[in-house]
Design a protein around this ligand. Structure first.
Ligand SMILES: [Zn+2]
Length: 158
């Protein structure tokens, strides 16, 4: 019933202050992203709205991080903010940002938490995704299993 792709016509409903704070604890980038309602049939993906540039998007915590870490990232984020994500998370940054962030930390005499260990390859970002997400995936798996069971039953009957 609910269209998976219809994010345009979906009104944005921010989560409660508690939920927002919880999201910020898991990922500091949520300080700049308002978390919205979870979408039905979307593996726990939720709507988000960037507080900095006003852009709305849909996805998981990883998607929120990508808004700040990819090459064409949030047009309004400052290097200070990227540096916070850099030091507090393991999300991979586009190399052009990584350079800027490292220069910034060095120029301010700030600690670079990633220094020495090298940059994580972008594909290897096994950052703890929210439990919510995992739970949602499990729900999706349940559906798949029940389908498979139906088929087996049918095969046995034949
Ligand atoms: Zn933004």
């Amino acid at each position: 019933m609910a269209s998976k792709k219809g994010r345009g016509d979906q009104p944005f409903v921010p989560v409660s202050k508690d939920k927002q704070r919880e999201a910020e604890r898991k990922f500091c980038g949520f300080k700049w992203v308002t978390k919205g309602q979870t979408m039905p049939n979307s593996n726990g993906n939720f709507l988000m709205e960037c507080k900095l540039c006003g852009q709305g998007f849909q996805g998981s915590q990883t998607k929120a991080a990508q808004h700040f870490t990819i090459k064409n990232n949030c047009p309004k984020i400052f290097v200070e903010q990227m540096a916070e994500i850099w030091n507090k998370t393991k999300y991979g940054f586009d190399p052009s940002h990584a350079r800027k962030i490292m220069d910034f930390l060095k120029s301010r005499g700030l600690r670079d938490n990633r220094c020495g260990s090298g940059r994580e390859p972008a594909g290897n970002v096994e950052f703890e995704d929210s439990e919510e997400e995992r739970r949602a995936v499990e729900v999706g798996d349940d559906d798949g299993e029940s389908d498979a069971e139906d088929m087996e039953v049918r095969r046995e009957v034949e």
